[in-house]
Design a protein around this ligand. Structure first.
Ligand code: CO8
Length: 256
């Protein structure tokens, strides 16, 4: 039973929907615990290949729960290490698609950036407005937004607290595609369904390699990619994929 999220499966796609509408899906500590546990359960589930994370049409998530944080002390925050658990999202090996409509602010923007692909509705607004409440992004925003959109635009957004429109987010590379607010979830599910048809071991290897691009020097990243590439030749799916191509038939992947 989940209090703050809804969980469902659609074939090979695991869908998590944030469900705190009264506070625009503010990311309380309890919500984050449920969310991370749901992600980890889908990651372990052999039938699931891709995860979709969605909010509502009005808000993906308007940030950390300010009411919950307001009176915390430095000792409370660092001893409980509330945001340390976010690192577990980085450990999810299957692709995660964020379906973003409305507000994706503060921790909400950081949560979307923790996913692998962002599909946005035309009404989406991204921002790191923490500066307005006396803090700075605390779940990777200064690092991930800078890598996604470059230093100058990241400074513009983080120092002023202004929001990026969906169009601006697309132009600057933060999001992969924009669709209407009626279609954003369907579009994310359609993309997830297409990706879910691919061989799971190659999907995981591709995700792992792309994420290394943010963390490694180019020559090390290329070496890392090459090792993963060679490693896939130990899988039955590589043989199946290449033989199916030559035999002009649809591959039947087994995830082995
Ligand atoms: N936390 C708690 N409650 C919130 C939050 C939030 N982040 N955002 C909105 N709400 C509540 C409002 O208080 C309001 O409640 P009520 O109806 O009881 O008054 C309800 O949601 C609806 O909000 P508004 O009436 O304000 O709706 P508007 O359409 O007028 O405005 C905004 C929407 C612009 C999104 C506005 O609500 C707003 O500015 N929200 C705060 C945005 C923000 O500052 N986010 C950053 C929070 S700090 C942060 O995320 C730090 C990240 C650290 C790491 C991540 C850890 C999880």
């Amino acid at each position: 039973m989940s209090d703050f999220i809804e969980i469902r499966k659609e074939d090979r796609v695991g869908v998590v929907t944030l469900n705190r509408p009264d506070v625009l899906n503010a990311l309380s500590f309890g919500l984050m615990d449920e969310l991370i546990e749901a992600f980890e359960a889908f990651d372990r589930d052999g039938k699931i290949h891709v995860i979709v994370l969605a909010g509502s049409e009005r808000a993906f998530a308007a940030g950390a729960d300010i009411g919950e944080m307001a009176d915390q002390s430095l000792v409370d925050m660092s001893e409980a290490d509330y945001f340390g658990r976010w690192s577990r999202i980085r450990g999810i090996r299957k692709p995660i698609i964020a379906a973003v409509s409305g507000y994706a602010l503060g921790g909400g923007c950081e949560l979307a950036m923790n996913c692998d692909i962002i599909v946005a509705s035309e009404s989406a607004q991204f921002g790191q407005p923490e500066i307005n409440i006396g803090v700075i992004p605390g779940a990777g925003g200064t690092q991930r937004l800078t890598r996604a959109v470059g230093k100058s635009k990241a400074m513009d957004v983080i120092l002023s607290g202004r929001f990026l429109t969906a169009k601006e987010a697309l132009e600057s590379g933060l999001v992969a595609r924009i669709v209407s607010k009626e279609q954003f979830l369907d579009e994310a599910l359609k993309l997830a369904g297409e990706i879910a048809e691919k061989p799971i071991l190659a999907l995981k290897a591709a995700k792992e390699a792309v994420l290394k691009a943010d963390e490694m020097p180019l020559s090390d990243g290329i070496e890392y990619e090459r090792r993963l590439f060679y490693g896939l030749f130990a899988t039955e799916d590589q043989k199946e994929g290449m033989h199916a191509f030559m035999e002009k038939r649809k591959p039947d992947y087994k995830g082995r």
